[in-house]
Design a protein around this ligand. Structure first.
Ligand code: SF4
Length: 197
């Protein structure tokens, strides 16, 4: 049976069949052909390392996501790192106070590139229950660090955080290492993301 690489399948879905026929089907079974870009993206999306980092009650849901019932390890993202230098995903889980904001920024800057941020919970997304009277709360962590995926809820359930993680995987899958500036993918509930071209 002829093997079809991810790139070719993606090309078909986009209605743009890529010409890789010169190499497809020329080798024995069990030999996989793909591009360096796809292989690197596949490796990174399957081994996201989040930072061990929680600010308030949403962090309890994040911990539940890492426990056995929801098992974030299924996505290769269970290795929570205790230092930003070994992490490439920041899950901002909880209320960001003005006092904490500069620490969040510093931790973000110490993370390895390429890095991603999930804003988890209503407090982090836009101030949440503290929006009106919480003089001490930042009204959205995107005022402090660039956010890739927003997960609303107070608190969001572990399934919602896993959905956010899959959207981060979509972004990594659609990353174009060789073509300069990265285009933002359009997330889709099927888990597949197409480039906005
Ligand atoms: S969004 Fe709700 S659960 Fe999450 S930190 Fe704020 S108050 Fe707590």
């Amino acid at each position: 049976m002829g093997y079809q690489s991810n790139r070719e399948l993606n090309g078909k879905r986009l209605g743009k069949r890529l010409d890789m026929t010169w190499i497809e089907g020329r080798f024995e079974e069990n030999v996989i052909t793909t591009t360096m870009e796809d292989a690197m993206n596949w490796g990174q999306q399957s081994s996201i390392w989040p930072m061990t980092f929680g600010l308030a009650c949403c962090a309890i849901e994040m911990m539940a996501t890492g426990a056995s019932k929801y098992d974030i390890d299924r996505f290769g993202a269970g290795a929570f790192r205790a230092t930003p230098r070994q992490a490439d995903l920041m899950i901002v889980a909880g209320t960001v106070t003005y006092k904490m904001a500069s620490r969040v920024r510093r931790l973000y800057e110490q993370m390895a590139d390429p890095k991603y941020v999930i804003a988890m919970g209503a407090c982090t997304v836009g101030g949440g229950p503290y929006f009106k009277y919480g003089y001490h709360v930042v009204k959205g962590v995107d005022l402090v660090v660039p956010v890739d995926v927003y997960v609303p809820g107070c608190p969001p359930r572990p399934e919602a955080l896993l959905e956010g993680l899959m959207r981060i995987q979509d972004k990594i899958k659609a990353r174009k290492i060789t073509k300069g500036e990265q285009k933002l993918p359009i997330p889709h509930h099927s888990g597949y993301s197409a480039l906005n071209v």
